[in-house]
Design a protein around this ligand. Structure first.
Ligand code: AMP
Length: 395
């Protein structure tokens, strides 16, 4: 795997695909700087070598050129976070951009305008990628969040940098951590899948059955499994058309020697509300009019026990409706158990969707080994797919 550490960037211009697709409020202020902060190590290494950085990214989903999606809104924040004054050019290809890039000196940074102002970006246009390729000596892909897209700046542009392309620090770390779970893992390996739907996680489950020793299935998706096994789930969410599939998964897991752990009890509520009345009930006997919205205390103890014995842990999806305080305990206890196991030497990866939000909200981000920065991209890696942005560097 070729990374920025394999190159000396002295007097070189690095064309870096970053993921600066950050959330903005109505005054165009950045509300979460995680993605910018995550790009720092790559930018620093290149500047320290004596190189310069040409940063390119998309922001939002603009239809053509739309000022509200201009990356100019984030220039000051990037400057503040990197600690180096960042120049901005209001285009991402063409002669004005080439001029700005050519006049860059060692230690300088320029940020290009939103790549998605051109339809050619998402279309993976070869000519557009060729224009981009004129803006650097070495191509660095550090945008994990878009690595699952074969766009011009994430994939196609790499063709023009034979022997001069590499992964940035962030993307390399993402790949290394998924490899630590799936390839070079220390056993026992435990995956925890939660969230609302079996249907959105089915490919992940199928892929990980060959790689894990324990599979904890929690959250809303557990009820499809419980009902399929003949349980009464009251008004809990369920995908009736996935019951057959749920039974097949359990059978496959058994054949492969994977131990599946479902919740044994739940926090049942008489409404989908933080003000609802609640009670702990056996997950197989949830009364009508009640719905399971969180893992119950017995489940939490059982899950923590499995996690404490695990050497490698993968967590995707909350164990309950953690957005409501009343139903957050299962997810918090799970986070605590993973943090404890990590402190004891286990490797833990949290990735894909809402579990990342939960980990940040409840302060576990520094207590797990790695929190993935890419929702969709991580999900596709968990599904066992090869991502075009990664392949483009490897080939
Ligand atoms: P996903 O995007 O599939 O990972 O699902 C995440 C969502 O699942 C979160 O918004 C949770 O509130 C929701 N969720 C977790 N457990 C339950 C449950 N028991 N009932 C309804 N929704 C749930």
């Amino acid at each position: 795997m070729t990374t920025i550490n394999d190159f000396d960037f002295k007097d070189k211009k690095a064309l870096i695909r970053v993921d600066f697709n950050v959330p903005l409020d109505e005054h165009f202020k950045v509300t979460d700087t995680t993605r910018i902060v995550s790009a720092k190590p790559t930018i620093f290494k290149i500047l320290e070598d004596g190189g310069s950085c040409v940063l390119m990214s998309h922001l939002g989903r603009p239809k053509g050129i739309s000022p509200e999606f201009s990356l100019e809104h984030i220039v000051d924040v990037v400057t503040e976070i990197i600690g180096v004054s960042v120049k901005f050019v209001n285009d991402c290809v063409g002669s004005s951009v080439e001029e700005a890039v050519n006049s860059l000196e060692a230690g300088e940074i320029v940020l290009l305008e939103n790549l998605r102002f051109y339809d050619e970006e998402k279309g993976g246009d070869h000519e557009f990628a060729k224009q981009l390729s004129k803006l650097g000596d070495i191509y660095v892909n550090d945008a994990f969040g878009t690595a699952h897209r074969a766009h011009a700046s994430t994939t196609i542009v790499a063709q023009f940098f034979e022997g001069k392309k590499c992964f940035g620090n962030l993307l390399a770390k993402e790949i290394e951590s998924i490899n630590k779970v799936f390839k070079d893992s220390e056993k026992p390996v435990t995956a925890i899948l939660g969230g609302s739907k079996v249907s959105s996680k089915i490919t992940v489950i199928e892929n990980i059955l060959d790689k894990v020793d324990h599979l904890i299935i929690g959250g809303g998706m557990s009820f499809t499994f419980i009902k399929a096994q003949g349980g009464s789930i009251g008004d809990s969410i369920c995908e009736d058309d996935k019951q057959e599939l749920a039974l097949e998964i359990l059978k496959k897991a058994e054949e492969k020697g994977v131990k599946v752990h479902l919740p044994v009890d739940v926090v049942a509520a008489d409404a989908f509300s933080n003000e609802a009345n609640t009670q702990f009930v056996d997950i197989y006997h949830i009364p009508d009019g009640w719905q399971g919205l969180d893992a119950g205390p017995k489940s939490n103890i059982g899950f923590s026990f499995i996690i404490a014995q695990s050497k490698t842990i993968l967590w995707n999806g909350p164990l309950g409706v953690f957005e409501m305080k009343k139903f957050a305990k299962g997810t918090i206890e799970l986070g605590n158990a993973i943090a404890d196991a990590t402190a004891e030497g286990a490797f833990s990866l949290v990735g894909g969707g809402d579990s990342v939000a939960a980990v940040k909200q409840f302060g576990f981000a520094d207590k797990v080994s790695y929190v993935s920065t890419g929702g969709g991209a991580m999900l596709e890696m968990l599904e066992g797919k090869s991502l075009p942005g990664i392949e483009a560097i490897l080939t």
